[in-house]
Design a protein around this ligand. Structure first.
Ligand code: C2E
Ligand code: CA
Ligand code: CA
Length: 571
């Protein structure tokens, strides 16, 4: 037997001495044979006072023992184990609540150094656990595992428990409630800029403010990252009003050492029982609504709908497929000419990404680029676009001796990366392409994020000779301030203006004003989405420099472009 347990080298006394709770060994009369340090501490009595002198029953509170005598079995009657809750009296007289466990040691353990036992004499081992301390540490453990360390609010685990309880209660009473998930935007950026302390402070303050929304009932929790979950009895329009108030409280500026921090947040809403009748479904669907709200990039509230869920499922599917698209060479580029209105020449082409999925066919960039941006895949895909566009352009130049400037679309996320400039410079180098052949199209969003990083990259690109265009002008925040602050070459008027222009004189006037303003700032203007000769003529009359649209050409492949531009292209 011994050989089977080579690790059991500890003597019983050593194991007993080190135990974190009181332990003793007593003989058949209950007299202590051995006690450990924890028992001495618990009782306030030393081993000398206990061993051979007292029986274990003497530790009991006499009054309680007298009352409950029948519950404490005589040792010989104990089968495998006895366990009961009792009150002990310390030496000082203070009571202590313990759990007492007794088991016979049968056959008697050979105690090292102990005198030989009479054959048949059975020893008993007692374990005494201090319940007051145990209860405290258990409560602490429970608290720690059910609350968020930063905000001290209930965490995901506790929120789920409460949600389940609420569901059970509302199932019985046929009542409804609402769950909201609020997420703070830009918290990571804030942490990078001002440090962890600032980010934690924001979470704490927002947590406090949200807690203030619940005067008597309801539940609020920190459910990880920068998300809060709220449970309210309000439903319908009252719940919407509640969400709006929550958003308002979050948006109040936070004073951080004299700086006003403006926090944006998104809120997703689900209703019980309409949107789901179990906690997991409700939380998942609240997350779907939250993603839709977050896509707005500002303070926004969205309610869950099955249409949103369909979108979310499709987005997830696209993300999964997109991860493989690069490796499996399912992506390629097409080029759409931009024509000088005065002479009809192709001065420039815009690079547009195409995804040809073997089973699903063409998937529009309008659908997959936002997914790529959200999942972070855009950084990898964007780099591929930059390299491929430069390589194909270099080839075209060598083949035809002629090359219009090539514009590439760069997402705001790519602009947040410090290495964007290096990637572009390298791609130009590798393709032996002069930087003046390249234009970068950015959206207004890129100029609104981390302005320092964006400004740095823009200046570096301009110094290199790369041109900068603002895409979709007029659709975003339309803050004109950045037109003077950033080193830009071109404005691209969004297609929606061009479409509305013909039937809407006010819109026509607006396009005219944009063109005049751009020229005053020494920017060139390209109109997007020109589909008719009338639109082209109107734009030319307004002084627009270039135009792009189906009227001139749809996007074409690299070889299609070679045919369009090169006298040698036919070869
Ligand atoms: P965008 O940058 O505004 O690109 C112009 C879009 O308008 C293209 O759609 C183009 O095919 C379409 N278009 C051009 N002329 C006309 C016209 O006369 N009428 C109409 N109805 N549409 C016209 P596409 O290729 O589907 O791209 C959609 C969006 O996807 C782009 O909008 C851009 O935001 C994004 N995208 C495309 N390629 C890339 C890329 O390589 N990188 C990034 N970050 N985004 C890209
Ligand atoms: Ca574009
Ligand atoms: Ca555009």
């Amino acid at each position: 037997m011994q050989a089977q347990f080579p690790l059991a080298v500890e003597t019983p006394e050593a194991a007993l001495a080190a135990a974190p709770f009181g332990m003793f060994i007593c003989d058949g009369n209950g007299t202590f044979q051995t006690v450990n340090a924890a028992l001495e501490k618990l009782t306030g009595l030393s081993a000398d006072e206990l061993v051979g002198r007292r029986g274990f029953e003497s530790l009991h509170d006499p009054a309680e023992l007298a009352r409950r005598r029948a519950e404490l079995p005589c040792l010989a009657a104990i089968g495998a184990r006895y366990e009961g809750e009792w009150t002990y009296r310390r030496r000082s007289g203070t009571p202590v609540r313990v759990v007492l466990a007794l088991s016979p040691l049968s056959p008697p353990l050979p105690m090292s150094g102990a005198a030989a036992r009479q054959p048949g004499e059975v020893l008993y081992v007692g374990v005494v656990v201090d319940m007051t301390r145990y209860a405290q540490s258990e409560a602490r453990l429970w608290y720690l595992s059910h609350h968020d360390g930063v905000t001290r609010l209930p965490n995901q685990t506790l929120f789920t428990e409460r949600l389940e309880l609420t569901i059970a209660r509302c199932q019985r009473s046929h009542s409804a409630f609402t769950v909201l998930i609020a997420e703070l935007g830009h918290l990571r950026k804030l942490r990078d800029a001002l440090g962890l302390h600032a980010a934690e402070l924001v979470l704490q303050i927002v947590g406090e403010r949200l807690r203030g929304l619940f005067p008597n009932d309801g539940t609020i929790a920190s459910i990880g990252g920068s998300q809060f979950a709220l449970l309210t009895n309000e439903t319908g329009a009252a719940a919407d009003a509640f969400a709006a108030e929550a958003l308002g409280r979050i948006a109040e500026p936070i004073d951080y050492g004299g700086t006003a921090l403006n926090i944006v947040a998104s809120i997703g809403i689900v209703a019980y029982p309409d949107d789901g009748d179990d906690a997991a479904t409700l939380m998942r669907r609240a997350g779907v609504a939250l993603s839709a709200a977050a896509a707005v990039h500002g303070n926004a509230v969205r309610r869950f709908s099955t249409a949103l869920e369909g979108q979310a499922a499709r987005r997830f599917q696209i993300e999964t497929m997109l991860r493989e698209a690069l490796q499996r060479q399912q992506l390629h580029l097409v080029y759409q000419p931009q024509v000088t209105l005065a002479n009809g020449r192709i001065v420039q082409v815009e690079t547009l990404l195409r995804w040809n999925h073997p089973q699903r066919g063409m998937i529009s960039p309008a659908e997959f680029v936002p997914v790529a941006e959200e999942s972070g895949l855009i950084e990898q895909i964007g780099e591929w676009v930059i390299r491929t566009a430069c390589r194909e352009a270099g080839k075209l130049l060598r083949q035809t001796g002629n090359l219009p400037r090539v514009a590439i679309n760069v997402s705001p996320q790519q602009f947040q990366r410090a290495d964007l400039f290096e990637t572009i410079r390298e791609a130009l180098d590798d393709a032996a392409l002069h930087p003046s052949y390249l234009e970068v199209e950015i959206t207004e969003g890129a100029l609104l994020g981390d302005t320092e990083q964006a400004l740095h990259t823009l200046h570096a690109l301009r110094d290199l000779g790369v041109e900068i265009a603002v895409d979709d002008f007029g659709t975003g925040y339309s803050s004109l301030a950045y037109l003077t602050r950033f080193p830009l070459n071109r404005l691209k008027i969004d297609r929606s203006f061009v479409t509305r222009m013909s039937g809407d004189p006010q819109c026509l006037a607006l396009v005219g004003a944009i063109i005049a303003m751009a020229h005053a700032l020494k920017l060139r203007v390209t109109a997007e989405g020109v589909e008719t000769p009338e639109q082209a003529a109107q734009l030319q009359a307004l002084g627009c420099d270039e135009a792009q649209g189906f009227w001139f050409s749809r996007p074409v492949t690299a070889s299609g472009l070679r045919n369009l531009i090169g006298p040698l292209g036919a070869g």
